[in-house]
Design a protein around this ligand. Structure first.
Ligand SMILES: Nc1ncnc2c1ncn2[C@@H]1O[C@H](COP(=O)(O)OP(=O)(O)OP(=O)(O)O)[C@@H](O)[C@H]1O
Length: 273
């Protein structure tokens, strides 16, 4: 269905999006249709060089389109966590100063954002002294300062260990629950992607397949790129959670349920060319 023809307007919709490798007429993305609705968590997966960052940059208007169109809801506020943040660690910069780039924010707002992302009181710390996990949380805090309708994160957990990755995704789910912000991200962490996303888009120069994590991980197009990794991980996760808890927290056998995932938005699998 057209992203532009539906009754509810998406936060961002794209039709026939085509993006060329900069300075060439060689497409890195061909004819991509895309939409993200309020409150959704959508993750883009795909091999290296499959055009994930290009899709994000094109949707944000940071990259020229060779074809197609992008529509953003008027007055849409986007909090963006880019893939790479170029920080010259030779130049001293405190967390507080960083949070006021590019727009100055009041102390109370900066403190609240750091509190919200689980790193309270770091204002006076130098960026160069932060751990990878703390730095990602500071980046997220900065993105939250504009009170975004949509958070866009390009590989936000790069360099984090597995507990750090899981904790970061849990934080994103909390932020979504509290603020209602939709989340669009690029990730290679298939385990947490499968656990945390409402919808997964599998990209390889075009949309190979998209849908619920269950649908995508079972799709032949996905398996051709990733093998059975997603489905195995999903099965592992389900297996671990295929029980009920009694009042004491002990596990009881019973119908499976899926912690942390929201079932309201299972888009049927749509396979494209
Ligand atoms: N500024 C640029 N100049 C030249 N080529 C570029 C540029 N940006 C991206 N590309 C090329 O476009 C293609 C898609 O790149 P993109 O960064 O979108 O992929 P990706 O899926 O995000 O990759 P990764 O998983 O490695 O981050 C790649 O072949 C890349 O080399």
């Amino acid at each position: 269905m057209s992203a532009f023809a539906t009754a509810s307007q998406p936060l961002i919709g794209a039709e026939g999006l085509t993006v060329n490798r900069p300075g060439t007429s060689e497409p890195v993305l061909r004819d991509v249709d895309f939409r993200i609705d309020p409150g959704e968590i959508v993750t883009v997966v795909g091999p290296n060089g499959s055009g994930k960052s290009s899709l994000i940059r094109a949707l944000l208007g940071h990259m020229a389109l060779a074809g197609g169109k992008v529509a953003r809801r008027p007055s849409l506020r986007i909090g963006y966590v880019p893939q790479r943040v170029q920080i010259d660690t030779a130049i001293p910069m405190t967390v507080r100063r960083f949070l006021s780039l590019p727009r100055r924010v009041p102390d109370a707002a900066a403190a609240a954002a750091l509190q919200r992302t689980g790193v309270p009181g770091l204002e006076r710390r130098q960026l160069s002294q932060l751990s990878g996990g703390q730095f990602q949380r500071v980046l997220l805090a900065r993105a939250l300062l504009c009170e975004p309708h949509l958070l866009v994160l390009d590989e936000p957990t790069q360099g984090l260990d597995q507990p750090g990755i899981v904790a970061f995704y849990r934080l994103l789910e909390e932020v979504r629950r509290e603020t209602g912000a939709a989340v669009l991200m690029v990730s290679h962490d298939l385990l947490v992607v499968m656990r945390s996303s409402d919808r997964v888009i599998c990209l390889n120069g075009h949309v190979c397949c998209q849908g619920s994590p269950e649908d995508v991980s079972a799709a032949p197009e996905y398996r051709a790129l990733f093998g059975t990794e997603g489905q195995d991980m999903l099965a592992l996760y389900r297996h671990r959670h295929d029980h009920d808890h009694d009042q004491t927290g002990a596990c009881l056998p019973g119908h499976g349920h899926d912690h942390g995932r929201d079932h309201h938005n299972h888009t049927p699998l749509r396979v494209q060319g």
